[in-house]
Design a protein around this ligand. Structure first.
Ligand SMILES: Cc1cc2nc3c(=O)[nH]c(=O)nc-3n(C[C@H](O)[C@H](O)[C@H](O)COP(=O)(O)OP(=O)(O)OC[C@H]3O[C@@H](n4cnc5c(N)ncnc54)[C@H](O)[C@@H]3O)c2cc1C
Length: 202
């Protein structure tokens, strides 16, 4: 579970609350970063039924999203459903994010808007030759502190499990940056017993 080495006031804004965005938010909130998600609920998951998500036999996409939303809410994510982000800009202290309802500041931004790459373009992120946002395995863009995940970083080959992995990779890189050393979010059976009071098979 989260330790006590995380500074109190580090903030992350995640734009897009599909599998990629909620995965990033889960990891950052769980590990003590102030995390806000803006989402307009147009995730492709509402059209999907998953048979290919490892560890889950069969689940409707909307049902999957309901569980994911509950999971991030339980870890304290400020999930602003149906609040669209209209602009993101670099500011003196990090990033300023404008929505239909207000303006917010963050130290890190995770872009998770599906195949829509407009905000990455506006921020000046480098693009690859195939018009995807250019990132490495840590999902950081050419703009330091801005991460791109999910469909925007691949021309096709779009799958929920891949988006969830992208979000996790972005979040872990943010946590490593904040903590100043490589970070693992590893829990053990005793953590589950402590949190849920349940016996967990070893
Ligand atoms: C018909 C269909 C069937 C599919 N079946 C499967 C399947 O069986 N298995 C599988 O693994 N995958 C399947 N997929 C693909 C899967 O749904 C996607 O890979 C996955 O949803 C991508 O997740 P994401 O988080 O990258 O983007 P998305 O799920 O598209 O989420 C992006 C979110 O960002 C929000 N957003 C966008 N712009 C803004 C903004 N400016 N401000 C705030 N919010 C914003 C959107 O409203 C949306 O909720 C299917 C897709 C379709 C269309």
């Amino acid at each position: 579970m989260s330790d006590e080495t995380t500074p109190d006031d580090v903030s992350v804004i995640v734009i897009g609350g599909g599998p990629a965005g909620l995965s990033a938010a889960l990891f950052t909130a769980k590990n003590g970063l102030e995390t806000t998600v803006f989402d307009t609920d147009e995730t492709w998951m509402h059209k999907a039924h998953l048979f290919n998500y490892l560890g889950i036999g069969s689940v409707g996409g909307s049902e999957f999203m309901a569980t994911a939303r509950q999971q991030v809410d339980d870890f304290g994510v400020d999930r602003r459903q149906d609040e669209a982000v209209t602009a993101v800009n670099e500011s003196d202290d990090g990033f300023s994010v404008e929505t239909e309802d207000g303006e917010y500041e963050a130290d890190f931004v995770v872009l998770a808007t599906g195949a829509n790459r407009d905000l990455a373009d506006d921020l000046g992120c480098a693009f690859a030759d195939d018009d995807t946002v250019d990132v490495g395995v840590d999902m950081e863009t050419s703009v330091e502190g801005v991460y791109a995940t999910g469909a925007m970083v691949r021309p096709e080959e779009w799958q929920a499990a891949i988006s969830v992995g992208d979000g996790a990779a972005a979040a872990l890189n943010i946590l490593s940056t904040v903590k100043g050393e490589h970070y693992h979010d590893f829990d053990v059976p005793a953590d589950a017993e402590r949190v849920f009071g349940e016996h967990v098979a070893e």
